[in-house]
Structure formats: structure tokens, C-alpha cells
Write a protein that binds this ligand. Sequence first.
Ligand code: NAD
Length: 327
Amino acid sequence: MHIVITGGAGFLGRQLAKTLLDKTSLTTSDAIEVQKLTLFDVVPPQNMPPDPRVEIVTGDIRDPQVLATLITSDVDLIFHLAAVVSGEAEANFELGLQVNLAATQNLLEQCRQLNTRPRLVFTSSVAVFGGDMPAVLQDDTTPTPQSSYGTQKAVGELLVNDYSRRGFIDGRAVRLPTIVVRPGRPNKATSTFASSIIREPLQGQPAVCPVSPEMALWIMSPRQAVKSLIHAAALPAETWGSSRVASLPGLTVSVREMVDQLKTIAGQVVVERIVWQPDPFIERIVGSWPIRFATPKAEALGFEADQSIDEIIRAFIEEELGGRFVA
Ligand SMILES: NC(=O)c1ccc[n+]([C@@H]2O[C@H](COP(=O)([O-])OP(=O)(O)OC[C@H]3O[C@@H](n4cnc5c(N)ncnc54)[C@H](O)[C@@H]3O)[C@@H](O)[C@H]2O)c1
């Protein structure tokens, strides 16, 4: 199988690539056999172990010529992850529109021109919901995004659905919860604090929390997210029914619960490194996102949630910090 990951140098792109290449990984699927893996991004991915199956392609997804060279008839599966994240798409409307929407449409158009019906996994987000919502969102709740990012993802979902219905692609759009704990440095996602308040204190550094402890999020671990993307790709087309979209199962966790659990695992000194500094812009955007979902469709399709925030924090310490933290 020739697989392309757009956004292949990003956080999830790199983790997905490493998992796909690791035959022993518990999160890979027999249905996905990698013969060639193309990692596409504006920058080359850092820290990718050398592998003869990997090809690194740099370019701007906004350029249709780049897409024409990237998506050729030998491509079987595309993970379309390249995106401008939520805070940046809100701050720069045109950039978000071009990368998150126009480039997604151009990518789908390129697939259509091929006549090979490649499989495509689109990473949507819970940010497609917002405003007046039921207390628990259902599979059939209408998207009502309250950010440009959420709107661009909602349109992307519709396009993936229609291109699939027309037989131009075999698409799947998964609404990812907020991914916690994201390794590395803070990014321009408005939810970046949810990882920072765990990641930085564990490494002896301060972290700013721009929301109140009562703010809750719908979250998923990186490991579960990668597993879900591979599962989405492996599912037979007919299992999706009339909609190629699924909200993934997650955990509802308040900032207070995250901090309390961090304290239980790492101690009082570690949580004292969190600086509480409310930011109305971030509170408004993140506060517009839903925090509770019923996900019967995804569960019937075999997608799973993490067990607990305790398990997520402990996995981060084991997998990313080598089992050690700065007490
Ligand atoms: N991480 C989360 O919490 C989360 C939640 C919901 C949805 N998502 C979605 O999952 C996907 C991956 O998220 P991530 O956290 O890995 O984000 P990320 O920012 O780490 O990765 C996105 C990648 O897209 C690339 N990119 C941006 N503009 C580009 C362009 N013009 N041309 C080519 N590449 C470009 C970036 O360089 C980056 O490497 C995104 O589509 C995101 O919207 C993520």
C-alpha cells in the first residue's frame, strides 16, 4: 500500500507514521500494510528514524501543482492531517480558509481526477460544534461551529461525504477530541494549555493556565488518536452507512480534575508550577466546544476511548519522559 500523510511533520502525523511503520505496534491493523509512506508537509519531519519505505516531500498544500505531483494514481490511502490549528485559523481568517478549506477541496479534486477512488481519512474536530447545544451531543446533532476553524472542518466533513457518495474517494472523517498530553512545545491551538499544564510542570517548568479550573474538555490521548486514525482507515467502506463522519469516543475531564490527578501522581510542588492567568479569548473559544458526547456509531464501529486521565498522564510520563519527572 502507498500511504500519504499530509501534515506528516506535525504532532499526530509523526506519531501516526511511526506507528504505521512499526509492525509490532498494537495499534496497527492487518488491513494496512505499508509498502511506501510519503510524509508531506511544509517542513521535513524531525526525529523520524530512517526507513527505506519513507519518502519525505516538502511543499505547500495550497499549491494545486504540488498536490498533482503528490497524489498520483499509485496512492491507495491518504491521511489528510495538514491544517492550520484553531487559534491560528481564528487569528488569520484567510490562511485558515486557504489551508483548511481550499486545500482540502483541491486535494479531493485531485483524487477525483485520478479515477482510482483512493481511501482518505480526514481529521475533523469537536470544534464543528458550539453555541447552543444539548448537554450531551448525539451522533445526529447538527454542527454549529463558533470558530472559523470549526466551520472549515465542518465543510471538509461535508465534502468528504459527498466525494465518497459520488464514488470519487472512499472517505472517512473522524471528529477528534482535544489530544492530551501532546509532547513537545505549546502550539497555536487554543487548547494547547491542556497539555502544557501537565507537560511543563512535570519537566520542572512553569505553565500558564488561561482558563478556570471548572473548564472541562472532551479529550483523548495521542496513542488512542493514532489508533483511531488507523482503525478509521481499516474499516470496510460499507460499515460507515450513509454518513462518512463519526464523533470519536473520549473522556470529559475538567482542568481541576487534570491538576488534581497530576498532584496525586507527581506531588504538590509540581502543580504549583501552574500559573493561573485567565485569557478571555481562549476561554471564549474553548468554552464554546462541547464536553459530552454519546458516540454509539463510533463505538459500534469499534472505536474506543481512553480509560482515565490517570492512565493518560502516566502513559505520558512513561512514553515521553522515560518514566521520570522533576519532583
Ligand atoms: N491535536 C488535537 O488536539 C486535534 C484535535 C482535533 C483535530 N485535530 C486535527 O488533526 C490534524 C493534526 O493535528 P496536529 O495536532 O498534529 O497538528 P500540527 O499542527 O502538529 O500538524 C499540522 C501540520 O500541518 C502542516 N501544515 C500547515 N499548513 C500547511 C501547508 N500550507 N502545507 C503543508 N503542510 C501544512 C504543519 O506544518 C503541521 O506540521 C489537524 O488536521 C488538526 O486540525 C487535532
